[in-house]
Design a protein. Structure first.
Length: 150
């Protein structure tokens, strides 16, 4: 009979310690530093682009406000009519929203269960509310008072 020491080992030695072979530590640290520097550079560029986008939006908003102010100055009576129309239409809008809310309250479960009922609801109310919102927004912008000067 042979002794247990004569059999080859079933297990091998595996080094699972953290780290890398000697000499590669400096190279790995250099790679990490380069990657971090690249990330900082890209973040700085992203911040610059976001600032440019913000400035463009501010410029467009100021231009739009100037155009509206010039239009209101050139058409003071029409601007006043638009303001009054927006106030009246706002009341209609509120009543329409109330009727939509009532409809949903009474048939909301049916709409959840039936694709046909939901489509019927959207077909009946969707276009009107979308158009009403658009007209109300336009009238409100044209009829709004001059913003205070900065």
């Amino acid at each position: 009979m042979s002794s247990p020491n004569n059999f080859p080992s079933l297990f091998t030695h595996v080094d699972v310690t953290a780290g890398s072979p000697a000499g590669n530590d400096d190279q790995a640290a250099g790679n990490v530093a380069l990657l971090l520097q690249r990330m900082v550079t890209l973040q700085e560029r992203q911040a610059e682009l976001l600032e440019e986008m913000l400035q463009n939006q501010i410029t467009q908003q100021k231009q739009r406000q100037a155009e509206l102010a010039a239009w209101r100055k050139a058409n003071p009576q029409l601007a006043d009519k638009c303001r009054k129309a927006a106030e009246a239409l706002s009341k209609v809008h509120t009543e329409f929203l109330d009727s939509i809310a009532d409809e949903i309250e009474h048939s909301g479960e049916d709409m959840a269960d039936s694709e046909f009922m939901l489509s019927e609801f959207v077909d009946r109310f969707g276009p009107r509310i979308a158009h009403l919102n658009g007209v109300l927004q336009m009238l409100a912008q044209l009829g709004s008072p001059h913003p205070p000067a900065k």
